[in-house]
Design a protein around this ligand. Structure first.
Ligand code: SF4
Length: 504
């Protein structure tokens, strides 16, 4: 059996980092971890190839080589995933579709031959058994949650790591919280399920053996969902392994804000090699946390929490949302003030979106306010529900946030705020990695010579060089990210009133 695994293209979004990747000569931020894991679950004797459409085009020859095309997608990849299925149908090659998009919206993939929904560890084996017997049905759904301690190591040999900015691994699935707008608990449950320490080390060993050095993103929904295991087993083992291998990786992940309340956990993470953490801050308005059930963010000084994490040595990336029913007219101004004061440089501000299957989606249907599908693009100027605030006021306020926080002045101001307070762990002698050189010269040209941000760039450059020379590579990296965010902001289509059936 010949299997082609296809990862559809994602559009130019906030998280694609497409305009920043050019500086380091990479094609995509991360490889398709889910498909690589699925590949490892297929029979060893089957021939496998993978085409990630974000790093190479998918040709008709690729498709016709295969007996089956396996495709997995997130919501933001909808358009490309549907066109892959259609192309395969035209070329007479059967398709098997899975992943979060297909799991939450199976009706959109009726044209595919087989749908394998939910966690592949559960739904794939019965499909494969039936396929081998020549009796595969149209739909296979996972009836229970997977035991991730049996998940195999992704088949890394199917990709060329050099095309990616960072690698990714998964330690846990699920989150103990249940925010109304989030689909994680619907997809993966509230009880965090974790891999064994041996598995995690095995996955890192596999990446190391393939020659990877650099960033590794733990794609967990909430990395600190099971703090006890993390502190007692996983992080100490990770720390030992990293020391033995002389710190070949820098780790990034996602976590909830109560990380700030646990100095020991932060210290262990930093010592183990974690440098960045994405946190859903959502709003400075406590009523928004009550409304969405974001209990961990309630009744706390969020700025102080962010600063504690930054001072512990972790850069905080933050998610922000406008469009809650409880948002007052001043929310836009308050969001901007919060983002600037917090020194969260990578601040992803989006409008509230009702994802299918979430509690928010169900509530809005009950209230007759749900309008239709979402594109899955976090920073699209699109509403898929009727907001409490007037839609035009919400959209105009949201535009103000985007244009303010990504404007060179405000953006570089945040970099300064952050770098002044950031205290990363210093390991051994400081040296400049070879990969930084190309990015450094490109940044001089594109940001320092022809960029709109020339003045701010040189101010940051000389300040870092003189005051915090070890942080110069990070300062340049953040300046490059700013270039990407600004292009994304400029590309947002301000004027269209309708998009994908959703009001804008
Ligand atoms: S804390 Fe994050 S992952 Fe967990 S339910 Fe809330 S938004 Fe989702």
């Amino acid at each position: 059996m010949k299997i082609l695994l296809v990862y559809p293209e994602y559009p130019d979004t906030f998280w694609s980092f497409r305009h920043a990747l050019k500086f380091i000569g990479k094609k995509a931020a991360f490889p398709p971890l889910g498909l690589l894991t699925v590949a490892a679950m297929l029979p060893k004797s089957w021939e496998k190839r993978l085409v990630d459409m974000n790093v190479q085009p998918l040709s008709d020859r690729d498709i016709t080589w295969a007996d089956y095309v396996f495709c997995s997608a997130m919501t933001v990849q909808r358009e490309s995933a549907q066109s892959v299925v259609e192309r395969c149908r035209r070329l007479g090659v059967k398709t098997v579709v899975g992943g979060p998009l297909c799991t939450t919206s199976p009706a959109e993939f009726d044209a595919a031959d087989h749908l394998v929904l939910g966690e592949a560890e559960v739904s794939l084996p019965p499909f494969l058994a039936d396929l081998i017997r020549g009796q595969a049905r149209h739909i296979y759904a996972a009836e229970h949650r997977a035991d991730v301690s049996r998940t195999p190591i992704p088949l890394w040999e199917l990709i060329n790591p050099r095309r990616y900015a960072a690698m990714n691994i998964q330690y846990s699935r699920g989150c103990p919280f249940d925010c109304e707008f989030c689909d994680i608990t619907r997809l993966f449950g509230r009880k965090p399920r974790t891999k064994t320490t041996k598995q995690v080390i095995g996955e890192l060993e596999a990446l190391h053996a393939r020659g990877w050095r650099g960033g590794v993103f733990f794609v967990d929904d909430n990395f600190i969902g099971d703090k006890r295991k993390l502190k007692n087993e996983t992080l100490p083992a990770l720390l030992d392994w990293m020391e033995q291998k002389r710190h070949p990786f820098e780790f990034y992940t996602e976590a909830s804000i109560e990380l700030a309340d646990d100095p020991h956990l932060m210290e262990l993470m930093v010592r183990a090699g974690f440098q960045e953490v994405f946190i859903g801050i959502e709003t400075p308005n406590d009523a928004g946390h009550s409304e969405s059930g974001k209990v961990q963010n309630k009744n706390r000084d969020l700025i102080a929490s962010v600063k504690r994490i930054q001072k512990a040595g972790l850069q905080v990336q933050g998610g922000f949302i406008v469009g809650f029913d409880s948002d007052p007219p001043s929310i836009f101004e308050r969001q901007i003030r919060f983002i600037q004061e917090s020194g969260i440089v990578t601040a992803m501000a989006g409008m509230l979106t009702a994802l299918r299957g979430t509690r928010l989606h169900q509530r809005l249907i009950r209230e007759g306010r749900f309008l239709g599908n979402t594109s899955g693009n976090n920073t699209a100027v699109a509403l898929n529900f009727v907001p409490t605030m007037r839609a035009d006021a919400l959209i105009s306020g949201y535009r103000t946030i985007l244009t303010t926080i990504y404007a060179p002045r405000a953006y570089y101001h945040r970099i300064f705020t952050f770098l002044r307070e950031y205290r990363p762990l210093q390991r051994g002698r400081f040296y400049l990695k070879s990969g930084y050189c190309g990015a450094f010269f490109k940044s001089i040209l594109f940001l320092g010579v022809i960029g709109k941000e020339r003045l701010q760039f040189w101010r940051l450059f000389f300040w870092s060089l003189l005051m915090r020379p070890r942080l110069l590579p990070l300062a340049i990296t953040l300046a490059i990210y700013g270039h990407h965010f600004r292009i994304i902001t400029e590309h947002i289509r301000w004027n269209s009133m309708f998009d994908d059936g959703c009001i804008e």
